[in-house]
Design a protein around this ligand. Structure first.
Ligand SMILES: Nc1ncnc2c1ncn2[C@@H]1O[C@H](COP(=O)(O)OP(=O)(O)OP(=O)(O)O)[C@@H](O)[C@H]1O
Length: 358
């Protein structure tokens, strides 16, 4: 389908509620329809998924880091709307004093928090995103990334497992353990996210599986630190040490002033950080209105435990920072910490009240 045909499909859709539909007006589309990014991408590459999937929430992916400049007339509006900010004035990155972050274990009893995870997305600034990436380029980029992994030492040291050639059993087990990613998202598929799959994709693990890197899942890199229990300090420290090592190994990550770190989907840019706990909150979750209100008050997003758009199981929720743009990395983690502590306090009160009634 040509870029013009894609746009007509979107333009003619009456019940489409995506941010793309809202902000990619005919005027804005016409203003950029003949432009190309320095990686050769077009506005059609960015809007394809949202035009083919009219039920998208966002509907636009950047075809490459340069798209955030060349197609800013559309992308900036989507970003402001999605992240609920008036201005694009994201601060300079600041991970705070991560060696001594001023918080520790959010649930020393171990009764409520099942596991803690903090991840960031990063993009190499010398490569495009999937819509403009050839098989050779994705394989070369994987090579650059693997070279940086060689610099990991101590707790971070581990091994890279390319998806190509991985046995079915191994990949099934890694997915069940919440470690591996899949190729089953139709929005990402139509954005070109699975082009040349599984070439260039893989996963790095440290030896005790508390630090991993997804290579060319949705983003070029997703750096993930996770462990059982609620020790947010240990998880955050490990992630920041890994980010620092990768930056010092010569990799240069795509950023734009006012937008922070750039990612394939505009919903992730800024800090590109999501800090989450899997926490047991059956009593509070049973009071749906109160649960929703407390999450909103503290900017917490609640998800099911198998990732975005999944349901909770046994009262366990994935609770994370909702804000990723317009605040520093340290502030984003602190927001999650504060919200989770409040939710935990309320869950304990409700649990206590139930005990008293018995
Ligand atoms: N605190 C956590 N403990 C254990 N596993 C987690 C935790 N948070 C997320 N996961 C797991 O990580 C995987 C990826 O989750 P999900 O796709 O929701 O988030 P993400 O990787 O942060 O990316 P995105 O926000 O783009 O969806 C899922 O298998 C999910 O269960």
């Amino acid at each position: 389908m040509s870029d013009a045909d894609l746009f007509s499909k979107l333009d003619g859709a009456c019940d489409c509620k995506s941010l793309l539909k809202k902000h990619c007006t005919k005027e804005r589309f016409d203003a950029v329809k003949d432009k190309k990014t320095k990686f050769g991408g077009t506005i059609g590459d960015c809007i394809k998924s949202g035009c083919l999937n009219l039920d998208s929430g966002v509907g636009i992916y950047a075809c490459d880091p340069d798209a955030y400049t060349v197609f800013a007339n559309v992308l900036d509006e989507v970003i402001k709307d999605y992240h609920k900010v008036d201005k694009l004035d994201h601060p300079e990155p600041d991970m705070g004093n991560f060696e001594d972050p001023g918080f520790g274990d959010l649930d020393p009893s171990g009764d409520f928090i099942v596991s803690t995870r903090v991840r960031v997305g990063r993009s190499h600034d010398s490569y495009g995103f999937p819509p403009v990436l050839s098989k050779d380029q994705i394989v070369k980029m994987e090579g650059d990334t693997k070279a940086a992994f060689e610099k990991f030492s101590g707790e971070l040291a581990g091994k890279y497992y390319p998806l190509e050639g991985m046995s079915r059993e191994e990949s099934k087990q890694l997915t069940a353990d919440h470690f591996l990613f899949k190729d089953d998202d139709r929005f990402l598929r139509d954005a070109g996210g699975y082009n040349n799959w599984p070439s260039g994709r893989g996963i790095f693990f440290n030896n005790n599986k508390t630090f991993l890197v997804w290579v060319n899942e949705e983003d070029h890199l997703r750096l993930i630190s996770m462990q059982k229990g609620g020790n947010l300090a240990a998880v955050y420290r490990r992630l920041c040490q890994a980010i620092t090592t990768m930056q010092n190994s010569g990799l240069s990550f795509a950023k734009r002033e006012g937008l922070g770190y750039l990612t394939f989907c505009p919903s992730n840019l800024g800090t590109a950080l999501r800090a989450s706990v899997h926490m047991k909150v059956p009593n509070l979750a049973a009071k749906a209105d109160e649960f929703k209100a407390i999450c909103e008050k503290y900017n917490i997003q609640a998800r099911g435990i198998h990732g975005e758009h999944t349901e909770s199981e046994g009262g366990v929720y994935d609770l994370s920072n909702k804000r990723r743009l317009g605040l520093t990395e340290y502030q984003a983690v602190m927001e999650m910490k504060t919200g989770v502590e409040e939710i935990l306090k309320r869950e304990k009160e409700l649990e206590g009240a139930k005990g008293a009634k018995k």
